[in-house]
Design a protein around this ligand. Structure first.
Ligand SMILES: [Zn+2]
Length: 170
């Protein structure tokens, strides 16, 4: 069976918005630079033709504000809902979900959202890394995903009494 789990990946932020943050930041930087250059030119014009400049600057500033808002809030494509590969049901108990980035079989950078769930109808475990490509994880894949999370959860519950690893001098 072709494995749908990427070879190596590190989890990123919780949402697609976190994943796309670096690209959004560079878009914003370009936008702010354009506004700055434009304002420098406008200041010169304002001294020479005050009233005409103010009305033109007003309209353009409004246009830029709308553009900036659209850059910040683009419509993302809706994620493909996870379907149980065993019975096709969409009624699932999602036990774990988040974002990942990694490399595909050809070594090309890729990423997306992942989900681990149990089907409410047939109780089959399901997982998905690539939209529209759900699969039934093996017990090993399932444990590999949940064991580190379980350890983390137990450690978090004990907090702040995890002094075994980090003895404090007091
Ligand atoms: Zn099912």
């Amino acid at each position: 069976m072709k494995t749908l789990v990427p070879n190596a990946f590190k989890p990123l932020g919780k949402t697609r918005r976190h994943l796309e943050a670096p690209q959004r930041r560079s878009e914003e930087l370009t936008l702010y630079l354009c506004i700055f250059l434009f304002m420098a030119g406008a200041a010169t014009a304002a001294v020479l033709f005050p009233i005409a400049t103010i009305s033109i600057v007003g309209s353009i500033a409004l246009f830029l504000a709308v553009t900036a808002f659209r850059l910040r809030h683009p419509a993302l494509p809706p994620p493909v809902p996870l379907r149980c590969p065993a019975c096709g049901s969409e009624q699932l108990d999602v036990l774990s979900s988040g974002m990942w980035s990694g490399r595909d079989a050809k070594g090309k950078g890729t990423g997306g959202g992942f989900e681990y769930a149990v089907c409410k109808k047939c109780r089959s475990p399901c997982a998905q890394y690539v939209d529209g490509q759900p699969f039934i994880p093996t017990e090993e894949q399932w444990n590999q995903h949940f064991e580190p999370r379980e350890k983390h959860r137990v450690a978090a519950q004990k907090w702040p009494f995890i002094a075994d690893d980090h003895p404090q001098a007091n």
